[in-house]
Design a protein around this ligand. Structure first.
Ligand code: SF4
Length: 236
């Protein structure tokens, strides 16, 4: 299967802090996070129209005066590492646009390759939870934590701007978990605590979970600041 773009937000102010981008959603993911909002894109990508690269390019070039670049998200873009992802990124860069790459960190070789080819201007990597037996509850699958650790090391040593981020789902992530997470990424440039949005969660039982109150996220941020100076709360 070649790289398939299944979602296209032409203009987004939300997906890259300080930048205006087009956001592209790639089909498929190797995680099954119960709180995921993109289950359709992962389970039944064939039900979504495939958006041609030509259409995307045309839009970007036409609006070059205000669009800075693209945000590649999903799904998991790096699943398409050998299926045209790098080729696609090269084409976008050749047109003079910046690229933000979102990843769940399971394919460090993809991050490394994209980095070596100078194709990434910003990495955003999910760290779902503490890097131990708790991780699988958050991803819904058996996770190779060594790969996650390798991805963290690649990103932190990349010289490219980046953020790590965690969606703080009640029942799965509390202050103690955040303390453990930041222990794995001490000294990182930026850490984002994302508010959980229950609507559209993949696992229907999660749609009834009340998000943490703002005070809880602020407590988490304070705890995270012991290891990382730049901690941001998003989604509140
Ligand atoms: S990694 Fe992202 S896209 Fe994949 S299942 Fe989890 S939340 Fe959904």
């Amino acid at each position: 299967m070649e790289l398939e773009i299944k979602g296209f937000i032409e203009t987004s102010f939300l997906d890259w802090d300080g930048k205006i981008v087009s956001t592209l959603y790639v089909a498929g993911c190797n995680f099954r996070c119960p709180f995921c909002h993109n289950a359709g894109l992962i389970e039944k990508p064939q039900e979504y129209e495939t958006i041609s690269l030509e259409r995307i390019e045309k839009h970007l070039i036409k609006h070059r005066d205000f669009i800075d670049g693209i945000c590649l998200t999903g799904g998991e873009p790096c699943l398409h590492h050998d299926r045209g992802l790098i080729r696609f990124m090269k084409r976008i860069k050749a047109n003079g646009f910046m690229i933000k790459l979102d990843s769940n960190g399971t394919r460090p070789e993809c991050l490394k390759n994209a980095l070596n080819e100078k194709l990434v201007d910003y990495f955003a990597m999910d760290i779902k939870g503490p890097l131990d037996e708790r991780y699988d509850r958050l991803t819904g699958v058996k996770t190779d934590l060594e790969k996650i650790k390798q991805s963290i090391a690649i990103i932190m040593g990349s010289g490219v701007e980046y953020e790590f981020r965690t969606t703080v789902v009640p029942t799965l992530i509390d202050v103690a978990d955040v303390k453990d997470i930041v222990g794995h990424i001490a000294g990182a440039d930026k850490y984002v605590l994302q508010q959980f949005a229950p609507d559209h969660s993949w696992d229907e039982s999660f749609r009834k979970i009340e998000p943490h109150p703002r005070e809880k996220l602020e407590e988490m941020a304070e705890a995270a600041k012991k290891e990382i100076s730049n901690v941001i709360i998003r989604g509140i």
